[in-house]
Structures are given as C-alpha cells and as structure tokens.
Design a protein around this ligand. Structure first.
Ligand code: NAP
Length: 255
C-alpha cells in the first residue's frame, strides 16, 4: 500500500458517522477522532454535549449533537433520520452504555432490564434503523463491548451478559450485511479512565489493582479506544469483519 493509499484509508472526509454516548468518555474521544479525519459526526446522548461541541470546533469535520435517550425507539429513529438527512450514513458506532454492579441475589428487574435496554437492545435498534443506509454506502459498524463480555466479573451479571450479547450481535450483523459490503466489528476495552470508571480510578487501592491487571501496567485512555474504532471503521480494516478486538493493555489474555 502506498503512502497516498494509507492516508486515504485513514480519512473520513465526506462521510457521515453516527455515534452514541458522545457527551463524554470514549464516545467523545471517538467523535473527536472522526471529526479530525474530516467526518460529519452526528452524536446522540442524553447528557449535555457542549464539551464535545467545543472539542470538535476547530477540527476538519463537523460535530452535530442530538439529544437522544437510546432506550427510546422514537429518539433512535429521529437520531438515525438526523444522520440520514446529511445524505448518507457511512459508519455507526454504538458507544452509549451503563454498568450496574449488584450481587446476583439482588440483581433483579431494574439493573438487569436497564442493562439490556441500553447496552444491547439500543445498538440492535440503531443498526436496524441504519441498515438500509449502511447497505447503500457499504458502510461499517463498530460496537463498543467490554472485556467483561469475555471474562467473568463478579456482581456484573447484566453488564457481562449484555456485552457478550453485543459480541454475538456483531457477528450476526457481519454475517447478514456482508454481502452488501457492510462490515461489523466490536472493540472490547479493559479499564479506561472515563467518568464511568472514575469511582475506581479515584480510589488508590482499586486503581492499583486495575493497573496491575494489565500487562502494560497502566490504565487506558479513551483516545486509545477511539484509535482502534476508527481503524475498524475505515478502509485500513477492509477485510476485517465479525471481530471483537481487545483494547485492554494485555489484561484478558496475558498472565
Ligand atoms: N471505561 C471503561 O473502562 C470501559 C471498559 C469497557 C467497556 N466500556 C464501554 O464503553 C462505553 C463507553 O463507556 P465510558 O467509560 O465512556 O462511559 P461514560 O463515561 O459513562 O459515557 C457513556 C455516555 O453514554 C451515555 N448514555 C448512557 N445511557 C444512555 C442512554 N440511555 N441514552 C443516551 N446516552 C446514554 C452516558 O450518559 P448518562 O450519564 O446519562 O448515562 C454518557 O454520556 C460503554 O458502552 C462501556 O460499557 C467502558
């Protein structure tokens, strides 16, 4: 591959990228990374997105915030329509997620059902709405899963189950949409410093424990997930589909 081909494989100029969970954390890092590479990013979140708007303001591409609770089917339809109104949808990145920590005895209706709604049903609905557009562009899907979809984690029955389900959804989408050139992949982060993990990162003992679990002996940054997301979404990964890529500093696979 020549340098010119490499550069074009990393560019998203002229593309529309739909991302959820863009108000902060990994979602915001993804929005910035795609906008740096020229994309029009449509970002759905239920939180205020002004910091993401600011972070993307000076970049080559655009960031368009949309108020959306991804568990609301009408909001999902409106979010996808907003993206499609740009004329195309090239990439869908499902980032919005929640983690509920409960012992199995009390992990009843609320945390289980809410985890299913946000972490698994919402990505399913978003892709269902976006699929006709993705078939037209031979677009790509990247789902943000977790290492907890692959390794056990006490008191996280809902979280681990939904992330394992998301990996399964990713492979099913790869199988079903591949004949139209649509690729579907997932990333499975380890411990990444975001507002979601702040309670652990701010606790010295917990921070040390999680740091020590990674072969690289440190916690991860949201930009390190975003880099892999953009790689999987772009032409540099043109023959990769149905894959879940660990982004965990060597935690799940290295002793
Ligand atoms: N950070 C990690 O170590 C780590 C590790 C593995 C996997 N992940 C996954 O990476 C993704 C992003 O995590 P993060 O650490 O960046 O989390 P975060 O800092 O909590 O950001 C997630 C964003 O998604 C939003 N969101 C949640 N539920 C939503 C809903 N129903 N509708 C719209 N937006 C919603 C959140 O808003 P609210 O505050 O309103 O919920 C928040 O803005 C998640 O899927 C998570 O499971 C993270």
């Amino acid at each position: 591959m020549t340098t010119r081909e490499t550069a074009s494989a990393l560019s998203f100029a002229g593309d529309t990228v739909l991302i959820t969970g863009t108000a902060r954390g990994i979602g915001r890092a993804c929005a910035v990374r795609f906008a740096e590479r020229g994309a029009t990013v449509v970002g759905g979140d239920r939180l205020d997105q002004s910091e993401t708007v600011g972070a993307c303001a000076e970049l080559t591409g655009d960031f368009e915030p949309v108020d959306a609770d991804v568990t609301d089917p009408a909001a999902v339809a409106a979010l996808v329509e907003h993206a499609a109104d740009t004329g195309r949808i090239d990439v869908v990145v499902n980032v919005a997620g929640i983690v509920a920590r409960e012992p199995i005895e009390t992990h009843d209706g609320e945390p289980w059902a809410r985890s299913m709604d946000v972490n698994l049903t919402a990505p399913f609905r978003i892709v269902r709405e976006a699929a006709p557009h993705l078939r037209e562009t031979s677009g790509t899907i990247v789902n943000v899963s977790s290492i907890y979809g692959q390794i056990g984690a006490a008191e996280r029955a809902g979280y681990a189950s939904t992330k394992a389900g998301l990996d399964g959804l990713t492979r099913a989408l790869a199988a079903e949409l591949g004949t139209d050139g649509v690729r579907a992949n997932a990333v499975a982060p380890g411990f990444i410093e975001t507002p979601m993990t702040a309670p652990y990162a701010e606790d010295d003992a917990a921070r040390e424990r999680f740091r020590g679990l990674a072969a690289l002996d440190r916690l991860g940054e949201p930009t390190e997930v975003a880099s892999v997301v953009t790689f999987l979404a772009g032409d540099a990964a043109s023959f990769v589909t149905g894959e879940t890529v660990l982004v965990d500093g060597g935690r799940a696979t290295v002793e």
